[in-house]
Design a protein around this ligand. Structure first.
Ligand code: EPZ
Length: 418
């Protein structure tokens, strides 16, 4: 496993551009299965998960090529409905293929994606939704087989606004007969981006971004070009790095509206946040703060993003006071607290709740990334710590952050990959 080596307490300065969102590009790439002609996607980050999704599409018969930040997908030769087990194991987002394959080929087959560091991550709501549209589902030796003689629109009511399950059913419903109504749907910006892509293909979708989405299926979808939205989680990761380490940085391609609950908390403790335009924000921070208790609970959008929780915990180490974090989306997403304690942080945590005693000095140490957002939190902590730190599991972090070391170095950080 590779490592990042960081020497902390360097003020960050300059401009950084945020890449296209991994969590928008993955479902949109899956949705290309529904197209009948070649599709061009712009601003697709060059990440391992994106490369795995490309491999999955090729295994189904599609042609996939990358040219710079553009990805070309020709879905016309797709003929296989079985998602390779080894690729499903490598990336759970391969589950996004179930809906589109079922809609296009009448069949889909995949192994159950394993859990991961942050939780069990079952797919029962994905399967419930596809069954509502007429899928016949059976499990054989750990593989899930879905069949249909033709999907028919229906009501789907989720017990929880699952991002992936909402995306899967939207894609399946796009080729179902009649209307599908999805209630308690996820409202993340990535859902809206997927809906915009499907509409460009010719689908009729109303209410994306609200809890109540209606999709009117059609016989055939066409082709399109689409630019993936900026990655709000990557943007906020950079913003929190600057806020914690101190600096003066402009973050571009950062959809300011996609980060409710972040800006007011930062401004409340003295970080200067200047919205230059809807997609550009200027952050100025001394990295030193007056005592001020902060409490956050993660929740589905527009609540505080669970994918930002580790990076925010790391930032709170710089803020004197007692802070409370409650993780309400995943059942095991506070494991990074133990790694942050190795920097000298004072944190008490169980599965769902963490108390952070901020303002204590942080010292360089050796830590390991357990998942990509926890890894980013460790890099940010190392930027704030005195001395040298080594963050193991570089490849895990690079699943979500392209050229992280180069971009942080361009802002004056002392960081290198080895
Ligand atoms: C998406 O995962 C993101 N991944 C995650 O980002 C993100 O943390 C999550 O949404 C929540 O925002 C991608 O988009 C590729 P969920 P997803 O279905 O769709 C439970 C990152 O770091 N659940 O909204 O899997 C589930 O276990 C990743 O980029 C069921 O019980 O998330 C979890 O507790 C990490 N049954 C909760 O719902 C189901 O069928 C939310 O999961 C589905 C989910």
């Amino acid at each position: 496993m590779g490592e990042f080596v960081v020497r902390g307490r360097r003020r960050l300065k300059g401009t950084v551009r945020v890449n296209g969102a991994k969590n928008a590009a993955l479902p949109i790439m899956a949705a290309t299965v529904l197209a009948t002609r070649p599709v061009i996607l712009h601003d697709v980050p060059d990440l391992r998960d994106i490369r795995v999704m490309s491999q999955v599409l090729r295994s189904l018969g599609a042609e996939v090529e990358r040219h710079g930040t553009d990805v070309f997908v020709d879905p016309r030769t797709i003929h296989n409905y079985v998602v390779p087990a080894e690729l499903m194991q490598e990336m759970r987002a391969s589950i996004f293929l179930l809906g589109p394959l079922l809609a296009r080929l009448g069949s889909a087959e995949a192994t159950q994606p394993g859990g991961c560091a942050i939780g069990q991550r079952p797919i029962d709501w994905h399967l419930y939704a596809l069954k509502q549209l007429g899928a016949r589902i059976c499990d054989e030796e750990g593989r899930t087989l879905l069949r249909t003689d033709g999907l028919v629109g229906n009501d789907v009511h989720f017990p929880f606004p699952s991002v992936g399950a909402t995306e899967n059913v939207m894609m399946a419903a796009a080729l179902a007969q009649g209307e599908t109504r999805v209630r308690n749907a996820a409202m993340e910006p990535e859902i809206v981006d997927l809906a915009q892509f499907l509409e460009k293909l010719g689908a009729t979708i109303r209410g994306a971004g609200t809890p109540d989405i209606r999709i009117t299926g059609c016989q055939k979808l066409g082709a399109t070009e689409h630019t993936v939205i900026g990655d709000r989680i990557e943007a906020a990761t950079f913003v929190l790095a600057v806020a914690g380490a101190g600096g003066d940085v402009v973050v571009e391609n950062c959809m300011v509206d996609h980060l409710p609950g972040l800006w007011s908390r930062l401004e409340g403790i003295g970080v200067q946040v200047e919205e230059i335009d809807a997609e550009t924000v200027h952050i100025v921070s001394s990295g030193v703060f007056e005592p001020y208790p902060i409490s956050i609970s993660t929740a589905p959008y527009p609540g505080f993003a669970t994918d930002l929780q580790p990076q925010f915990m790391s930032f709170l180490l710089q803020v004197p006071g007692v802070h409370l974090i409650t993780e309400r989306v995943f059942e095991n997403r506070l494991g990074h607290a133990a790694e942050l304690r190795r920097f000298g942080a004072q944190i008490v945590a169980d599965q769902r709740v963490a108390l952070i005693y901020g303002g204590h000095p942080l010292y360089g140490t050796v830590v390991s990334a357990r998942d990509l957002r926890a890894g980013a939190a460790l890099v940010n902590a190392a930027l704030m710590a005195q001395g040298e730190s080594v963050i193991r599991g570089r490849e895990i972090i690079e699943r979500g952050y392209e050229q992280l070391d180069q971009r942080l170095r361009s802002l004056g950080a002392e960081i290198r990959a080895r």
